[in-house]
Design a protein around this ligand. Sequence first.
Ligand code: FES
Ligand SMILES: [Fe+2]
Length: 437
Amino acid sequence: MTQFRHSLDSADIDALIANHQPGYSLEQAFYIAPEIFEEEFTHLFSRQWQFADHISRIPKQGDYFLFAIAGEEIIVVRGEGDTVYAHFNVCRHRGSRVCLAAEGHVKRMTCPYHAWSYRLDGSLAHARELPESVDKSKLSLQPCQVRVFEGLIFINLTAEGKGRVPDFASLVEPLRPWVEQADLRHTKIAHVESYRSQVNWKVALENYFECYHCLASHPEWCKIQLHALRDAVGTESAIETFEKKNEQWEVRARELGHMAGEMAGNFDFPDPESCYDAQIPYAERMMVNDNSGDLYSSLTPNGADMPSKLLGSYKADDEGQTDWGLTPSCFLYTTCTYSTVLRITPLGPLDTEQKVMWLVHEDAKEGIDYDIESMRWLVSATLTQDRQIVEDTQAGVSSRAYVPGPYGELESQVPQLQSIYLRALAYGRALRNDLKN
Ligand code: FES
Ligand SMILES: [Fe+2]
């Protein structure tokens, strides 16, 4: 693994932020340096709502899974009814991991070291031979905040009342009309694929937010997804072809009572303070392609159909899809019969997990209502190609020969995201310095 060649002090970081050239990729240190990653933890990862998983992973009280992010491990556990708790997996006795298995079912969470046990809400239930004077109520597992939106579990590492975090409700509320028809709360995970790459999370995220690379790297995606004409080809006539067909599709979709059009993600933040709390919800509902079902069947290696059981309140498959999500970790393509959900999670300065899950109707039966091979093929192939791209990019970005390069017109969201990121870091650092003085 490439190590950053110098250590950065605070003045170096200020200078790196101040000297960024707009419209160019970031300086090397942003993609490598552990000191920058630490700043990101303080100002971004620990304050932002991070997508953890789908609610169907923990259907019953006592079901849990572990969620790893930036060197931390969180126990996400189902409590009574719809309650979901999230706790740092760090024992309040002498710090051991409490839950060791990646997922499971517990009545209480019992630390393997000296057997302290915790209730699902994180409070300490039992600690053998502890002096009377010790106040057990002060020894709960360290809590995270949890919100569940349309079956998607988001956690925030900052405990309630312990620091400023973005307001979750106002982030996701605009998304609701775009996604509630699919009712992802009543879906199940049909298939999961996960891979870990020795890359910085921003290399992965920046790749997700542009389709400039799609023409060269994703031939299958470009064949099936008509919007590639707009987002990957990008010539005037290609955009026009897409828009014409899509407008006709919009009429059909609206006739069915389905959403169509765009809730433009707002990438335009007026000041550094709003950047500090920025997480961007976005949604666009558009056509996949003409006869997308037949197109898929003809192109997938086993020629099988796409999932058939309609999600939520859809009455018919209009061959549309909603491209939606909430930065920086949750990205979906939701059709009338299934949804992919991509999660990008920073694990270390050069360690990022990309996990994709396929959701189908909770009553759908494998082999009858859906075929995993067919369903996974396109996104799986595309993400495998992306894995190679981001690893090759990280290798080059880590080179002594790397210098920031200019962005093209088809990747305009990337410099916008970077501008928000840099202003958020600058604001957070200034805020902390103010508090110190
Ligand atoms: S470290 Fe957990 S019980 Fe001792
Ligand atoms: Fe890609």
